[in-house]
Write a protein that binds this ligand. Sequence first.
Ligand code: AMP
Ligand code: MG
Length: 469
Amino acid sequence: MTAPRFDNSYARLGSGFFSRTAPTPVPQPELIALNRDLALRLGLDADWLSGPDGVAMLAGNALPDGAEPIAQAYAGHQFGGLSPQLGDGRAVLLGEVVAPDGARFDVQLKGSGPTPFSRRGDGRAWLGPVLREYLVSEFMAAMGVPTTRALAAVTTGEPVWRETALPGAVLTRVASSHVRVGTFEFFAIRGDTDRLRALTEHVIARHYPDAGDALGMLRGVVARQAETVAQWMALGFIHGVMNTDNMAVSGETIDYGPCAFMDAYHPETVFSSIDRGGRYAWAEQPRVAVWNLAQLASCLIPLMGEQESAIRDATEVVHGFPGLYQAAWLRRFGDKLGIADATEGDRPLIERLLDLMAAQQADFTRVFHGLAADTAAAEFSDPAPFRDWQADWRARKPDLDLAARTNPVRIPRNHRIQQAIDAGLTGDFALFHRLALAWTAPFDTRAEWEDLAAAPAPGEEVRLTFCGT
Ligand code: AMP
Ligand code: MG
């Protein structure tokens, strides 16, 4: 039984990047879940992690040798407005582990108590957002979407005050790094070019070893974000708070707050209770990504030599996003229809199906999954237009195996997450564990999980989600 050995390459960047902050101990930590598959991937000892010393670490009550806990500084554009001083207000980075294959991962506790960046917040998380992030991020990983992961969830034995007293919890988040677009903004808006350069070098070494320079790094971030956002779209996923502080430069999906998957398809779907203008609606996500990447690009200008050519080059790279995204979108939705190597000529067929689904509010996941299974027509209140579409689709000779292995049978539906949270509030985690298992086997059609493939019944639908706080 061995404790993790942490390295601390981010902490070695030195002063100005973070504040040294230990997690605040909690009275009575109890393990809800330990992700053994992820522990194995990281080369961590799952038996140690689930034992008393491990749970103490996962709750923030004990620090293994070598951990140098820090709260990272960052800024961010929130709903378009600049917040110059954000940072980890309810999280600390314990350190980094280097997996057996040499890959480096951050291990962060989320909900671990106040830091100098907490402003008026308590630095804590309640059970609901912890369970939600665990379930959704692990489904994303199972679907091959770049994402932060969930190593563990613990309850703290301490109430957290939101509108009422709720059980406190801590999520152990694993990420290839936690550097955000907002981390670059933090130094850029302060005119701190030295730290901006050091951060860029850190990110190049860690994520884009072939990039060479800031422009090459920007090109890498743009390419990865185009792929990631296309994958969100292909799953009906809505991030919910695509602020620049919630966009990782690694390309991983990060900060599962008011995120949700659509049940009934409509491109303007918004779930977040704070997104009143629909800025982060499903169909807006690629445009928002460009906006965020433009913020990153402008941060990097001071590192790119002569200003006029720097602006020209950076602009060109950001303007490359739509082409990369459209290509990724076509590939993803082509696969969903069973059309490998879809071309521009296939786009109208894909869009026609989406338009039909929107017009009849058909269930996104069930329609796509139903293509190969030949059950999709039943998802339409008036199946006639779908039948017409289906004839044209069949004429294209789709590969049904490709469609079947692309379209999951089930997704983390909002109402199920809510049911798992409601049960968790009574101390019952059976549904949480059932969902965690079923959602990390998203193509497995076993009978005992059939209920989880169903769309919400009329009264069951959850249309509003709340920030992770
Ligand atoms: P978010 O949009 O949820 O990613 O959070 C935006 C900012 O608010 C980040 O700097 C968070 O660290 C901070 N924050 C959110 N919730 C809390 C909390 N309960 N206590 C302290 N800071 C928080
Ligand atoms: Mg955030």
